[in-house]
Design a protein around this ligand. Sequence first.
Ligand code: DQA
Length: 148
Amino acid sequence: AKILVLHGPNLNLLGAREPEIYGRETLTDINQQLAGRAQAAGHELVWFQSNAEHELIGRVHQARDDGTAMILCNAGAFTHTSIALRDAFAATAIPFIEVHLSNVFAREPFRHHSHLSDIAVGVICGFGGNSYRLALDATLQRLQTAAT
Ligand code: DQA
């Protein structure tokens, strides 16, 4: 199946950006690992990063037409602000997992609310780059259950 990993604003700076919060792994490191793990399990994983809200929304719309089975989404700060991105997920109805590197609940109050969590399959946060790998594990299990 096709799996999409969506990265929102500032995640292109991963590795260099506040490493004490977000770790030293780069986005390329994370993406390559995820793609390898997905491929080993017989799936195809693609990723997309943008700092622009409309591009992320456009990519979710595209996922509707390209047969994407599941989305892993770290929407960055748009998590806390974007009703439009939420509406895009609601419109496409593709199951998605909300991912954050940091434990957003241990941080500033404005990070405690997400416009995505209540329509996500689940939320994984606080494990650094491992948050993505845990989300992929959950995705692979879900796809396997769906296929059997
Ligand atoms: C983040 C948490 C958000 O609050 C923040 O705006 C980000 C990254 C995370 O992965 O921990 O850009 O989504």
